[in-house]
Ligand binder design. Sequence first.
Ligand code: AHM
Ligand code: MG
Length: 381
Amino acid sequence: MQRISLTRFLVEEQRRHNTIPVELRLLIEVVARAQKSISHAVGKGALNEVLGVALTANVQGEMQKHLDILANDILLEANEWGGHLAAMASEEMESIHPIPNRYPQGEYLLLFDPLDGSSNIDVNVSIGTIFSVLKAPEGMRTPSEQDFMQSGSKQVAAGYAIYGPQTMLVLTTGHGVNCFTLDREMGAWILTESNVQIPDNAEEFAINMSNARHWHPPVTRFVNEMLAGKTGSLGKDYNMRWVASMVADVHRLLHHGGIFMYPADARDPDRPGKLRLMYEANPMAMIIEQAGGACTDGKQRMLDIEPTSLHQRVAVFLGSRGEVELITQYHAQQTQDGLQTMLQDLSQDKIEHDFQDLLTSVTVQAATVVNRKKSAPSYRR
Ligand code: AHM
Ligand code: MG
């Protein structure tokens, strides 16, 4: 097998498509180097004394693990000095991290979830690092949160590293999806899968079933249809998997086909799902689309959503195109049905209202006639 390193791949990609300028290549290489260090720390586990809860909470109010913080620090440190970035944002930090003045400022913005699948850190189940790269807006001087408010379609690169039985890097720069495996002895990322395409024929779904009682009707309907198997309306037997690490669930369905769902539910109307648009949904959506799949929030294409805040949460439906289209259609149908009922109620109200008006006016007229009659002079015959 010819061994193509990450650097060689990126250089040749630039020659082919002209979409990876040197700064972007160097930036991706630095992120990939940081991911090697994180992989090393994760691999050491208890030997590194980094397992367990750190007794701090992140901006989302979730308990941080030692490794969450370590991974965050590794990424910050590795990316600060290279001169390719203007600022970074992380799921683990409240506000953005501009590049300190002592280093040159570059033209890119980097976003990351340093260690996704936190609940699996201490139990030796696959976890990962997700990242997304945006171009800083033209003319930007001091980076602010506002500069990050760009839809996912503006991403120039996205990827994740998965720390599992093998450590792998899955990357897109807008021309397909490629996977690299970490050669641990050599310390090198080697291209092991080119142009990954998500199979159309989905037979797996991933969702946290314990939330079923809170789901909205379109999700309940869709999951019930999948559970009905061959004899149901979808005519297929589906298998279910839930690792509770998005990277692991997405990595599996990228290869097997299927649909991953983390829907919004009825518990808290102000919380549209659990996952974050900027650190999880957008980079995964870019990867999935580049692999021929689809990703929506149930209503619209994920990559078209205009973000309003850095830590914004969003419902996620991603995977094989057919399944994602179906659940999105069910959401649209629910909205349509809701509107129709509203219209019906409205027109019912209107009929009642008009009838009341009519009744009032008839009563008034009748009263006038009666009064007129009463007040009319009575003639003796
Ligand atoms: P995290 O970024 O704090 O690890 O949370 C995100 C993770 C995803 O990887 C995974 O899909 C989901 O949370 C699992 O959630 P749950 O524990 O509700 O099943
Ligand atoms: Mg996460």
